[in-house]
Design a protein around this ligand. Sequence first.
Ligand code: FSX
Ligand code: SF4
Ligand code: F3S
Length: 378
Amino acid sequence: MMTEERLKARLLELESMPSLKPKLSIPQALEQAGFSRRDFLKWAGAMTAFLALPSTFTPLVARAAELADRVPVIWLHMAECTGCSESLLRSDTPTIDSLIFDHISLEYHETVMAASGWQAEENLESAIQKHKGNYFLMVEGGIPMGDTENYLTVGPHGKTGYQHAKEACDNAKAILAIGTCSSFGGIQAARPNPSNAQPLSKVTNKTVINVPGCPPSEKNIVGNILQFLIFKEAPSLDVYNRPKWAYGLRIHDLCERRGHFDAGEFVQKFGDEGAKNGYCLYKVGCKGPYTFNNCSRERFNSHTSWPIQAGHGCIGCSEPHFWDRMQPFEEPIAGKIFPLGQGSDSVADKVGIGILCLTGVAIAAHAALAAIKKDKEA
Ligand code: FSX
Ligand code: SF4
Ligand code: F3S
């Protein structure tokens, strides 16, 4: 079926489902928060482009967002810092993204719900039973496993994080790993990984859509909920199960400092003239050439800023095991053997690794040559 027909059929299906938040619809919530219809359509237009759909789909995407309260969502916290939730919720003024997130039917989310203790655990169990087979599961955090499973226990029954995650995965319709910890293990899985923290994909045999970033942007979180809501199936994924529409390009490809990279204009140390001039951060450790994410295009906090705009290189936070493999964060990776295929594409892991190794060498050579040329000119 053509994408547009599929989307229309899906909208009819969503419309026939009861709202799980009948007291306040999403359009009413947006209006109460002061967003005009025009603001909302502008947002929907940006979201349509973000999801790599043609602009004629904007009214359909807008309608799907208005119907986002028809699908229940369960959000679990494992071992992590809660930065992923904060990325979405911590804004002075609510954004349309955060409002929609607030008004989807969030059946369970430890950070934002009022319940605690026994009641919280009961809420989780009854949400899983009530919406068995129908809910979207979003999990933040790595999961201690094996002999160290008890490093994470949650709730008054003392269930382990693994037990919680497994039970919730078994009964979910769709599973999204939110953040690098849940996607790849994250900070707690960094060497020597004392709790044997593992990614969510080790807990289940079902497809896990990875939405990495430490944290991911609010746009990537809400965009992925919408994508699944609209299409009811996983998008095209790369070799690390990241949606290609969001993680298909490298940070370096669309970086605003790229012109300086090509011209051989580098920050040599933080605070120097080059830094003041907004030169490329490669020599102070930027890992943008090895990192697949859309930060350079979408930024954070409603497009306000992002790490490289703020003056620090990308540390590769959406790549597997970046805490170990991208270190030291303020030195270039060039010249080191690049251990595994970060960012390799889904066509062929090995080919991707090869290309990236070569790219690493080429980047180092390019950077060195450009710098020599610059020095000669100076
Ligand atoms: Fe933190 Fe989420 Fe990093 Fe991890 O984030 S921002 S440690 S990806 O799981 O809270
Ligand atoms: Fe941007 Fe980093 Fe690439 Fe320089 S190396 S252009 S700062 S992504
Ligand atoms: Fe992370 Fe690099 Fe983006 S550090 S937030 S992937 S710019």
